[in-house]
Ligand binder design. Structure first.
Ligand SMILES: Nc1nc2c(ncn2[C@@H]2O[C@H](COP(=O)(O)OP(=O)(O)O)[C@@H](O)[C@H]2O)c(=O)[nH]1
Ligand SMILES: [Mg+2]
Length: 320
């Protein structure tokens, strides 16, 4: 009997294949199970889906068990880097997470909808970047671990609703909280902080943004933004990748062709060929002789030493 699988099913299956975390895999499997046509022809597939789901859940429980000494709001870093989205209530943190990842946070036009940090994976070209939606920065509920979470991020996005009637009060509060924790609000700081004046698509938002930026220009540089703007979202992705300060390096074995589907190694900018060899395998680092590099900047199999600084997009062939 034919299975007659629907487009919804294939969509969920695609989501499963491209999932970067177990949580996303569980989510996609549940969806596949929900939308699969329920008849005799799919019984085996249904059973298989249930088996895979049970296995993943068990795995997740084990991981949770091992990590149970960690506070529940701690989010383990995954993917090429962690970007923490923070800001006052209602500034659009959850909306931004929803628009950039497959995560489905609760988005609502009232404050304090988000009670625990929620991660999601954002695809960027051939890598995945982790975004974390957080609980709001507000006098009613600032917890010490909130600032620790921001401090521990690789990149911070600080969102404000440019149309909020209490924008100035909120900004004062956030500035004080950052200062108290010793976190500079600048793209050059560690971690780098990007400030967005969100909801710029709303009527009058542009004027309010300009007044706000004028008032606080000594404290930070903000950029107008809309979580619903396709162009803004695209530009933000590129921006976050740059702020992460990472490079993607591809590898191939001597005498072999490059595997076009292989994921890159993600390394900090400034890493050397030896760092790459270490990431591939410790024996490769120990026995390193030389490497050859190809890239779009004119290197065509150039022979380099261990001290060569790898560039984003390099294809390397390590001889060990
Ligand atoms: N017009 C407009 N509305 C937005 C934008 N970003 C978020 N919102 C809306 O603002 C409300 C609060 O957003 P939410 O993400 O839940 O805020 P959070 O409390 O920071 O997580 C929701 O109704 C969103 O749809 C934006 O760029 N433009
Ligand atoms: Mg929220």
């Amino acid at each position: 009997m034919p299975a007659n699988l629907t487009p919804q099913y294939f969509e969920a299956e695609d989501r499963f294949k491209s999932a970067a975390t177990d949580a996303e895999r569980v989510d996609a499997l549940q969806e596949m199970l929900r939308v699969i046509p329920k008849h005799k022809g799919t019984e085996k597939m249904q059973a298989d889906l249930k088996r895979r789901l049970a296995k993943l859940r068990k795995q997740a429980q084990k991981k949770g068990g091992a990590a149970s000494h960690k506070p529940h709001h701690h989010v383990d870093k995954e993917g090429a880097g962690q970007v923490v989205l923070c800001g006052p209530p209602n500034s659009g943190k959850s909306q931004l997470l929803a628009n950039l990842t497959h995560a489905e946070p609760e988005v609502a036009d009232y404050p304090f909808t988000t009670r625990t940090p929620q991660p999601g994976m954002m695809p960027f070209e051939d890598i995945q970047i982790q975004l974390v939606d957080t609980i709001p920065l507000a006098p009613e509920m600032l917890e010490p671990w909130q600032m620790a979470q921001i401090h521990n991020a690789d990149v911070v996005v600080l969102l404000f609703d440019a149309t909020d009637p209490d924008l100035l009060g909120q900004t004062d509060f956030v500035l004080a909280a950052f200062q108290k924790r010793g976190i500079d609000i600048s793209a050059a700081a560690k971690p780098p902080v990007l400030v967005l004046g969100n909801k710029i698509d709303r009527p009058g938002a542009q004027d309010e943004f300009e007044v706000w930026q004028e008032l606080f220009r000594e404290s930070f540089q903000a950029e107008p933004f809309s979580a619903f703007g396709e162009g803004d979202l695209l530009a933000l992705k590129v921006r976050l990748f740059k702020m992460l300060n990472i490079v993607r390096v591809y590898t191939k074995a001597p005498g072999h062709k490059r595997d076009e589907d292989a994921s890159p190694f993600v390394l900090k900018k400034g890493s050397t060929m030896l760092d790459l060899a270490t990431a591939v395998h410790k024996d490769m680092a120990a026995n390193f002789k030389f490497a050859k590099v190809w890239n779009d900047h004119g290197l065509e199999g150039l022979m380099v030493e261990r001290t060569y600084e790898v560039q984003d997009g390099d294809l390397a062939e390590i001889h060990a």
